[in-house]
Design a protein around this ligand. Structure first.
Ligand code: ZN
Length: 283
């Protein structure tokens, strides 16, 4: 049994850092005040094993919008298969690829056994409530998998001219409100405290019980009083520990969390049992 489940993990390997992130990596490193490692899969798995943390490892496919190579679902499948004590795999598909994206999602879940889908509207260049995307939501609901969707600003293109062509507006949480309404059996995880639209995100989460918030990408030291009030209170069963590894490291996040005044029972939900429920893992 891991002591925590990190629901937001990118590979700290060349496939992600130099491949899928490409020319965005230096700006991203500056944004997070970090230098990214280039691990082997074994080294990456050891980071999680040593920490006693099970990581939800994300594939990445924003090929149409960025022209950069994907982190394939097969790569993530191999990581999770070889290191089942360290990782659970989430698929990624490129929504702009249309029908091919749906076929790939079905393959990734049914054939490879990946346990969820990760999307990034800004990186992938789509608006979640666009009707052309609805068949993808329908497929995810049908497959019974949770979908994690990036919300709020992003380190991708941060500090670059034109934001590296990245459009923030696609990642407004309110666009997921319609999706959650139209697909009530679909579990939607809004990734990150969605600055500058955190009120919007909290409104969606408070209104629709098939939505969740992952707390990755920010140090808990910077969580707003309003977010903390909801974590301690009405949203305590639907907020999830996540780091956005390798941009933020486990000890960085957990040390900051420990300085906050959160009851132990709530910490246990955030670090472990909420994710076990979302991912249907045995507790
Ligand atoms: Zn991320």
């Amino acid at each position: 049994m891991p002591r925590a489940i990190d629901v937001h993990v990118h590979p700290s390997t060349v496939e992600f850092v130099d491949g899928a992130m490409g020319e965005y990596t230096p700006a991203c490193e500056a944004h997070f005040h970090t230098t990214l490692p280039r691990h082997t899969v074994e080294e990456m798995a050891d980071v999680f094993r040593t920490a006693g943390i099970l990581g939800v490892l994300f594939a990445w496919d924003a090929e149409t919008n960025t022209g950069l190579p994907p982190v394939s679902n097969d790569f993530v499948w191999r990581c999770a298969r070889e290191h089942a004590d360290a990782f659970i795999g989430f698929a990624s598909v490129d929504p702009l690829k249309g029908e091919a994206a749906i076929v790939e999602l079905e393959r990734a879940v049914r054939m490879l056994g990946l346990r969820g889908l990760k999307l990034h509207p800004t990186a992938q260049g789509f608006r979640p409530d666009d009707r052309s995307i609805y068949p993808l939501w329908e497929a995810a609901e049908e497959l019974g998998i949770p979908v994690t969707v990036h919300t709020g600003t992003t380190g991708l293109g941060a500090g670059m001219s034109g934001g590296g062509k990245m459009k923030l507006e696609f990642s407004r949480p309110i666009h997921l409100d319609a999706v959650a309404a139209d697909f009530p059996r679909l579990q939607i995880v809004m990734a990150h405290p969605a600055w500058p639209w955190q009120d919007e995100q909290l409104a969606v989460a408070l209104h629709k019980t098939n939505t969740w918030i992952d707390l990755s990408g920010w140090s808990p030291r910077r969580f707003s009083p309003e977010l903390m009030r909801n974590i301690r209170g009405p949203l305590q069963d639907r907020v999830l520990f996540g780091t956005d590894y390798p941009f933020i490291r486990h000890e960085q996040w957990l040390d900051a969390w420990a300085t906050l005044d959160v009851p132990d029972a709530v910490t246990e939900k955030v670090l472990l049992s909420n994710a076990q429920r979302l991912l249907a893992l045995d507790g």
